[in-house]
Design a binder for this molecule. Structure first.
Ligand code: BGC
Length: 252
């Protein structure tokens, strides 16, 4: 099935049509800088631009960097607070399925990427403006886990170890990797995952930092789909909702 996937990020809003059975983009993706401030109306305008560019009228999936329950935004840690309470289908149209960005990326990685075929507990973490999390048990997503907000050394983990913090504080890859490692160890101790997948924008630079990270028996691997995971996962969620309209509204 061909579906439009849109990934709303802190710096860019990216969209492309996706072949959801193959997990691949069918047309070149379009990126629009995220409007400032990233309020719902301005973001909806950018989403409309993407819809128009692809001349799209079918189902579409849209990611959002916060908790999304039954299509309604519940938290907004890194975007304008006016998002809280916004319904995805009111804002983007009835054809839109909205879900958490890390959940979308995780679903794509579990189906077509680094987590493919992996059973047991798998944790996908995305490092970007914040830290996103997607938890899978035998391939089934536990949505909206929000593990980027656990406390480490008196601070939220994403305020110590997101990729944004690395850039803002100009941390060396090694220094930043030590912070990430401390965070991953905590997650391992809490969840005992059989695999941790590192996604988000930083995953394409895995060679620079993964060598500093050692979690003993727990493998830590980079995401395979990189920046396309959110777009592909969003499209997959919309395709799933189109197949089973009631049961899956708002969830992949
Ligand atoms: C948000 C999550 C989101 C993550 C990555 C966090 O601040 O609370 O919902 O998945 O950032 O964007």
């Amino acid at each position: 099935m061909e579906v439009l996937g849109i990934d709303i990020g802190g710096s860019g809003i990216k969209g492309a049509t996706v072949d959801t059975a193959a997990g691949a983009l069918t047309r070149e993706r379009l990126r629009i800088p995220t409007p400032r401030p990233a309020v719902p109306g301005a973001v909806a305008q950018a989403v409309r631009e993407i819809v128009t560019h692809f001349d799209w009228s079918g189902p579409m999936g849209v990611t959002f960097p916060g908790v999304v329950l039954d299509g309604v935004v519940r938290t907004a840690a890194n975007v304008d607070r006016s998002w809280i309470g916004v319904s995805g289908s009111d804002l983007f149209g009835k054809q839109a399925v909205v879900l958490n960005d890390a959940d979308a990326a995780g679903v794509a990685e579990m189906t077509f990427g680094a987590g493919r075929g992996r059973r047991g507990v798998v944790l996908v973490l995305t490092f970007g403006t914040g830290i996103g999390s997607a938890l899978f048990v035998d391939g089934v997503l536990v949505p909206n886990t929000e593990f980027g907000h656990i406390e480490i050394r008196g601070k939220e983990a994403e305020h110590r170890a997101s990729d944004r913090v690395r850039e803002e504080k100009d941390l060396s890859w090694e220094k930043w990797a030590r912070r990430v490692e401390e965070y991953l160890r905590r997650m391992r101790d809490l969840l005992s995952p059989t695999l941790i997948v590192i996604g988000g924008g930083v995953s394409k630079k895995a060679a620079k930092f993964l060598r500093y990270i050692d979690l003993g028996d727990t493998p830590v691997v980079p995401a395979v789909l990189r920046n396309e995971a959110g777009i592909i996962g969003a499209a997959m969620a919309a395709a799933e909702a189109a197949r089973t309209p009631v049961a899956s509204a708002g969830h992949p």
